[in-house]
Write a protein that binds this ligand. Structure first.
Ligand code: SF4
Length: 66
């Protein structure tokens, strides 16, 4: 499993939503929503989301116990 964390630096620009819509979405309030854990198979998408985040707000821990 992957553990995903988004820091308080997030400005809700939503680039991560475009890169990994299965992991991130914007709520009706305009704030980012994400589950915080994902299957290992999502690593490529989550890494792509982290790479495009202008705030470098996304961190990933691989090898999280399932
Ligand atoms: S791309 Fe970064 S700043 Fe934008 S919503 Fe996602 S985590 Fe937040």
């Amino acid at each position: 499993m992957l553990q995903i964390h988004v820091s308080e630096d997030c400005q809700h620009y939503a680039q991560c939503v475009l890169e990994a819509p299965g992991q991130f979405r914007l709520g009706e309030d305009g704030l980012l929503q994400y589950a915080g854990v994902a299957a290992d198979e999502a690593l490529v998408d989550v890494e792509a989301a982290a790479d495009v985040c202008p705030m470098r707000a996304i961190s990933i821990v691989a090898g999280w116990p399932s």
